[in-house]
Design a protein around this ligand. Structure first.
Ligand SMILES: Nc1ncnc2c1ncn2[C@@H]1O[C@H](COP(=O)(O)OP(=O)(O)OP(=O)(O)O)[C@@H](O)[C@H]1O
Ligand SMILES: [Mg+2]
Length: 263
């Protein structure tokens, strides 16, 4: 793994994405400008449908933009061939999605080995998979298949698999949705620990504010396909800003956040 510092790993300029479903067009991104520096931990927050997943999928070389510029790890993603994108996904980008995407017939250990096999890693696959699982406190579960694990455990295996890939950019799309509070905070602490230890660059999408890592330095707020605001969590996650983000009266935000804090 190449550890980069003082480098802009993601540069998006006036990025747009229009989905076409039959004759219907949906403008999911309407001019996004975003720079991500090496080593940053950025949370992307916004209402449902605001374009968070779309943005992550473009950065993750899973889909292509309709217009605008996107440079990831120094490469113009829009201009890459399918093959080059697949290589980037396998070797440089690590994804954890909301659904765990583990292979159901393989054990936790085999799921991790599988991605190493795709990367062309030879005999040391087993040892490396074992090491990652141990680091994440999953050694005891290594022999179980996804169906024999809880949702939170499956998500930790998904994080393990992603780390085994040794990505440079770690992309997480609501990895804690559908988990309980304890499992959520376990995953977040794990992600943060790994981010710090491996000096990764992390983009973490969530619309669950209670799930925001305390140590997250930067929050990007998305609304209606644009970046509505960005800054530190302390500056952005206040009642006034959330009222604007979710088009709600401030009093309603105060009421609901008060209730949420009781969870
Ligand atoms: N494959 C697709 N085809 C057509 N429209 C799509 C597609 N994917 C997303 N959209 C639309 O694009 C907009 C942005 O969707 P996106 O999934 O990026 O939102 P999101 O912020 O991730 O929402 P959520 O918080 O619910 O996950 C939405 O209006 C959605 O309906
Ligand atoms: Mg989404």
């Amino acid at each position: 793994m190449v550890v980069r510092t003082n480098e802009t790993l993601v540069m998006a300029k006036d990025l747009t994405k229009v989905y076409k479903t039959g004759k219907v067009e949906t403008a999911a991104l309407r001019g996004v400008d975003l720079d991500v520096q090496a080593g940053e931990f950025t949370a992307v927050v916004g209402p449902s449908g605001s374009g968070k997943t779309t943005l992550l999928n473009l950065i993750g070389a899973l889909d292509s933009a309709t217009s605008g510029d996107l440079t990831v790890l120094g490469r113009d993603v829009n201009a890459l061939s399918k093959r080059a994108r697949a290589d980037m996904r396998l070797h440089e980008l690590g994804f954890v999605f909301q659904a765990y995407n583990l292979v159901s017939v393989l054990t936790a250990q085999e799921n991790v080995e599988f991605v190493l096999e795709l990367q062309g890693v030879g005999d040391e696959r087993r040892k490396r998979a074992r090491e990652v699982l141990e680091q994440l406190g999953l050694a005891k579960l290594a022999g179980r298949r996804p169906g024999e694990l809880s949702g939170g455990e499956q998500q930790r295996v998904a994080v393990a698999r992603c780390l085994a890939q040794e990505p440079e950019i770690f992309l997480l799309d609501e990895p804690t949705a559908s988990l309980d509070w304890k499992a959520k905070t376990d995953i977040l602490e794990l992600v943060k620990r790994v981010h710090d230890a491996r000096k990764l660059t992390t983009l973490f999408v969530t619309h669950d504010l209670s799930a925001l890592p305390i140590a997250c330095e930067r929050v990007v707020l998305m609304k209606d396909g644009i970046i509505f605001d960005e800054g530190s969590p302390a500056d952005l996650l206040n009642d006034d800003k959330l009222a604007q983000l979710y088009d709600m009266p401030v009093a309603e935000v105060v009421k609901r956040r008060g209730e949420a804090a009781l969870i």
